[in-house]
Design a protein around this ligand. Structure first.
Ligand code: GTQ
Length: 372
């Protein structure tokens, strides 16, 4: 059971290299009978030389998904579904309903006048708005209007509900949660709000207006929760910040101009488990290949280009989503000669960094590009 066949032996000092014998096989059966096993039968598998992600690099084209997502509106109500979401199912991670690594993601669709009931859970969530107008989310009584490319937090333990105003249009946004991770930690609780909804208790978008003032923070303000009080990061300001940054310093050869969303009270990640960034590639810019630990789910916020992930090329355009599994080589290119390309990225870097597991490597000494 779970035993390495002989061919997983490695002829390297310090690695498991035991030849099966009838006596050993009988011994393994005896160990199995008492819920035990010999380490050398699994060692080379459970201690790989380097991370072995089972996630596949995948591109989810919006052109393929959009019509299917919209069709769910005719098939189920949000009341019956709880949340009407089509999730991204990485073929290597179907067992965990993960898009990549331990990250879940889905596309949630809501029509004007519809709402999803208030709930809270141990998992932390983000929204990234894809299309439509009139959508809003209420997080612990703070109502946030949702516009295209806005980035919104629903930290773990906060009550949240989503809706689209009757005067709005059909809306689609990406949900991203650490559900697979919290389940892996066997720590996931879920509660439906006793009233199915929470009253709005603050002025609309108050958290962004309070905490989102570049370089200025409320005097004497105290915020000691483990997540950012700025629940919504608005696209226009994000894009402006990226452009200011790009005008001030040279791009990184690996990332172009990349900025991380931060908790304004700590300058650290927005939540304890999930981080996010926005990355600008100038017209014609192509990055060099590198790889690092952590799982990454990109959404194209603007522009057209391609990424090469473990030597596989994926061509993308606005609203497409793709993943870079842990330790996969990757590089990005903007194919436009006149327009910039901007990539939103959800990741598990806060966990990787907090646990001391971050590692990074550049490809080769030459020009640093992978063969395709
Ligand atoms: O709205 O918090 O796509 O709990 C999946 C699970 C969204 C949410 C999802 C969830 C949510």
């Amino acid at each position: 059971m779970g035993r390495e066949p002989d061919n997983q032996r490695e002829e390297i000092a310090g690695r498991a290299n035991v030849t099966d014998t009838p006596e050993l096989l009988a011994y393994y059966d005896e160990l199995n009978d008492v819920n035990a096993g010999a380490l050398w039968t699994v060692a080379n598998k459970i201690e790989p030389w380097e991370p072995q992600s089972t996630s596949r690099p995948v591109l989810w084209r919006y052109a393929d998904l959009r019509e299917k997502v919209l069709r769910s509106v005719d098939l189920v109500t949000p009341e019956k579904a709880g949340r009407r979401v089509i999730y991204l199912n990485n073929p290597g991670r179907t067992e965990f309903s993960a898009a990549v690594g331990w990250i879940y993601a889905g596309l949630q669709v809501m029509h004007p006048g519809e709402n999803a009931t208030a709930h809270r859970h141990s998992a932390s969530a983000i929204r990234f708005i894809m299309e439509g107008s009139g959508a809003y989310t209420v997080v612990d009584g703070h109502k946030m209007t949702l516009g295209k490319n806005d980035f919104v937090l629903t930290p773990n333990g906060t009550w949240h509900e989503h809706a689209v105003e009757a005067s709005g249009t059909p809306c689609i946004w990406q949900d991203g949660l650490d559900i697979p991770f919290v389940n892996a930690m066997e720590a996931n609780f879920f509660e439906v709000h006793p009233d199915l909804s929470e009253p709005v208790r603050y002025p609309v978008d108050d958290m962004t207006r309070t905490w989102g003032n570049a370089g200025l923070t409320p005097g004497g303000g105290t915020w000691d929760k483990g997540y950012s009080p700025m629940f919504k990061y608005q696209w226009d300001r994000t894009y402006e910040a990226l452009n200011r940054y790009a005008g001030a310093v040279d791009p990184s050869p690996f990332d172009g101009h990349l900025m991380e969303y931060v908790n304004p009270t700590t300058n650290g990640p927005v939540m304890k488990t999930l981080g996010a960034s926005m990355q600008r590639l100038a017209p014609g810019e192509a990055t060099k290949a590198h790889r690092h630990t952590g799982s990454y789910l990109y959404q194209v916020a603007k522009g057209n280009g391609y990424s090469v992930i473990n030597s596989q090329r994926f061509d993308w355009s606005e609203r497409d989503i793709f993943c870079v599994p842990s330790w996969a080589w990757h590089e990005h290119a903007n194919v436009s000669a006149s327009d910039d390309a901007v990539l939103f990225c959800l990741n598990d870097l806060p966990v990787i960094r907090a646990l001391g597991l971050y590692r990074e490597e550049a490809l080769g000494e030459n020009d640093g590009h992978q063969p395709t």
